[in-house]
Design a protein around this ligand. Structure first.
Ligand code: DNO
Length: 393
């Protein structure tokens, strides 16, 4: 697979020349300064493409060209926003940037409650604690009917938390769940918004009456509308699975399991309608057998995220080493390397280590942690290449 790296643009503290030194071949990035919903002008795309090329790398994948909330819930301005999306896709296609990752998760892109969960070895990882999430949902967000979504054991935990949580603890949880993990991916909530919880509540309100079926229809509508421009310019769309692949906050989530993947691929059966195989996201659902999903959907996979998790009791999960956890990364590399050796792959979230914690990186996107993971993945790929050459697999 092509070794790519998520890079957040010229403001990223990790520079392209650093990435060249560690063996990265392709860049995964977005035009982060353009507000969600606005057109990506051709000139801006070309400028970014050439900036990356000047460093001896290529812009392999767009992650993400965000799908506005209104397209997801079917708001009155969705056709205008889809039109903008189509123009951006055409501009990317004309500039030769042909793999576009997006997601169809309502409001909350990915969910974690702790961004520095300590490990015994002195590093820290991203973590999801279901009881903390329930506390945020029931006691901070105060979502109507939230209690009914959690079992008695979790609600007992929430009651105990109520007695000990300080306003600072509450603030930290809000930061982790809806600010630090979201700002850089969808722009729904910004670091300097004064009332993030109120904004978030309003966003949730937009989905009143939108169930799984309605969200599926909106996804079908969106994909059908963008496929012609994808065909015209040879652009592949690849949806990122829901992270975690579970229903949360009373919102429908529709890219969570085998049946969901089969649904969207069949709903708009076009080779340009593909999947971002995020092994980490899929592995956080105990219902998913990740290596089996990879074998089943390799031919429709356009982009791979290598990462793994440990699912823990109580509905919690922790991000694991890239060589451990339930994603089964060694098997995944076998599958994808055989399917298409030039498929772009990036290592995803990795621990904070060796001073990463002081650098203010976007949550999950440490330098040393990811560099170690990339080295591990290179080792796995080298062994798998040999297995293939010797006809062993
Ligand atoms: C977090 C990721 C997401 C994901 C985008 C794809 O690190 O799981 O940012 O890449 O949602 O659209």
């Amino acid at each position: 697979m092509e070794k790519t790296w998520r890079w957040f643009g010229k403001k990223d503290k990790i520079t392209l020349s650093m990435l060249r030194q560690i063996g990265v071949e392709g860049i995964v990035t977005a035009l982060h300064d353009i507000p969600n919903g606005e057109i990506w002008p051709y000139e801006a795309v070309v400028e970014m493409r050439d900036y990356i090329a000047a460093a001896g790398l290529r812009w392999s994948v767009v992650e993400s060209l965000p799908v506005s909330e209104s397209i997801k819930y079917g708001g009155p301005d969705r056709d205008r926003l889809i039109e903008n999306y189509i123009v951006s896709l055409a501009n990317l296609g004309k500039a030769g940037v042909k793999t576009v990752c997006y997601n169809f998760m309502p409001v909350l892109d990915w969910a974690r409650t702790d961004l520095e969960h300590p490990n015994a070895d002195g590093t820290s990882s991203l973590y999801f604690d279901r009881a903390d999430f329930a506390y945020f949902d029931c006691c901070i967000l105060k979502r109507e009917g939230a209690e009914a979504d959690y079992g008695a054991d979790i609600m007992e935990h929430v009651e105990r938390k109520k007695a000990v949580m300080t306003p600072e603890d509450d603030h930290k949880l809000v930061e982790n769940i809806i600010i630090k993990t979201q700002g850089f991916v969808n722009g729904n909530i910004k670091e300097d918004d004064e009332k993030p919880v109120e904004i978030f509540r309003e966003l949730l309100g937009l989905y009143k009456g939108i169930d799984r079926d309605a969200l599926r229809e909106n996804m079908r509508y969106f994909l059908s509308a963008v496929m012609p421009v994808c065909e015209q310019y040879g652009v592949d769309m690849c949806v990122h699975p829901d992270d975690p692949p579970l229903q949360i906050l009373g919102l429908p989530r529709i890219v969570t399991c085998d049946e969901d993947i089969a649904w969207f691929l069949n709903a708009v059966d076009n080779p340009h309608n593909g999947l971002t195989f995020c092994a980490g996201s899929l592995s956080a659902g105990a219902h998913n057998n990740v290596p089996e999903l990879a074998r089943k959907y390799a031919s429709r996979t356009k982009f791979v995220h290598l990462r793994s998790t440990d699912v823990l009791p109580g509905g919690n999960f922790k991000e694991a080493s890239h060589l451990a956890g339930r994603a089964g990364i060694i098997d995944l590399v076998r599958t994808f390397q055989k399917e298409n050796p030039s498929l772009p792959m990036r290592v995803d979230h990795a621990p904070l280590m060796l001073g990463d914690e002081k650098m203010g990186y976007n949550a999950g996107y440490s330098f040393h942690g990811r560099m170690l993971a990339l080295g591990q993945m290179e080792g796995v790929m080298a062994v798998v290449d040999r297995e293939i050459a010797e006809g062993k697999i």
